[in-house]
Design a protein around this ligand. Structure first.
Ligand code: ACM
Length: 274
């Protein structure tokens, strides 16, 4: 299966221009599954909730999802792409998932980063997995990587590949994703953006280096830190179906959930809430 990422620099607020740029890059690629960055159509640094709301769209009727459906159909490709989702009185930082046949689903980011907490509502549902041929994939968004539970849940649900739309600003993720893939024996595609955004007093620099990682923690391909590019690798998804490390260890069969009760103990969370 040919999988990859679209890495580019969106221009803040220029939805049509950003869709057009992404479409050109997708048209130049030959892939079965492509991942686009978080908030690829709007840019990232909002200055108010009203501004984020004005740039948000309903899914799937909004123009960005409709464009992604058309692009997926024309290019016979599955797409995962981030956008601000308007859902009545709620605003989510979401990833839309489309196949060549149409809309498949939406993932709403469950771990919001920094000022996203001022604009967005936290995701309200567990991440789902979707079929691609005989295999399964799921989506997560940027800062979700910091919480190993996100990828573990997707992997336990059967995902062979995790599509990770990102707008990374910290330097840790690209290397950390090797461990996430190794501990779950899954592939991951991180699609990051490049460039910087200055909005009033606010400034953020994004780190690029989008990548595809294997279940053995190999970097199958990685983009530059400031280049606009599509990169695709041909992967054997079967590798992610086998959770065995050796003749004695199976990473999923060897888990001991009876000793992981603290993960579900809400008091651990409440103790840290202000
Ligand atoms: C991030 O979650 N955009 C860092």
């Amino acid at each position: 299966m040919k999988v990859g990422f679209v890495q580019f620099e969106p221009s803040f607020g220029s939805v049509d221009k950003n869709i057009e740029k992404a479409e050109k890059l997708i048209d130049s690629a030959d892939a079965n599954l492509l991942v686009l960055p978080e908030l690829f159509n709007t840019g990232y640094v909002f200055t108010s909730k009203e501004e984020a709301m004005a740039l948000s769209e309903e899914i799937p009727v909004g123009k960005t999802t409709q464009a992604l459906m058309r692009i997926a159909k024309n290019n016979h490709v599955f797409l995962v792409a981030g956008l601000a989702e308007n859902n009545g009185d709620k605003l989510f930082n979401s990833a839309v998932i489309v196949s060549p046949k149409g809309y498949l689903g939406t993932y709403r980011k469950i771990h919001l980063f920094f000022e996203e907490k001022l604009w967005f509502d936290p995701g309200d549902a567990e991440a789902a997995v979707y079929d691609i041929g005989q295999y399964k994939f799921g989506a997560m968004i940027c800062f979700d990587w910091f919480f190993p539970e996100t990828m573990r849940v997707l992997s336990l649900k059967g995902a062979h590949i995790v599509c990770h739309s990102a707008n990374l600003v910290l330097p840790f993720c690209q290397d950390a994703m090797k461990t996430r893939c190794l501990e779950n024996r899954v592939f991951a595609v991180t699609a990051n953006r490049t460039g910087a955004e200055t909005r009033g007093e606010k400034f953020l620099q994004f780190t690029g280096k989008s990548q595809v990682i294997s279940p053995n923690a190999e970097i199958l391909c990685r983009a530059g830190s400031d280049t606009e590019e599509v990169k695709i690798v041909d992967i054997d998804m079967e590798m992610a179906a086998n959770k065995r490390l050796n003749e004695y260890n199976d990473l999923f069969a060897d888990r001991r959930p009876e000793f992981y009760g603290q993960l579900l103990n809400k008091k651990n969370k409440e103790a840290f809430q202000k």
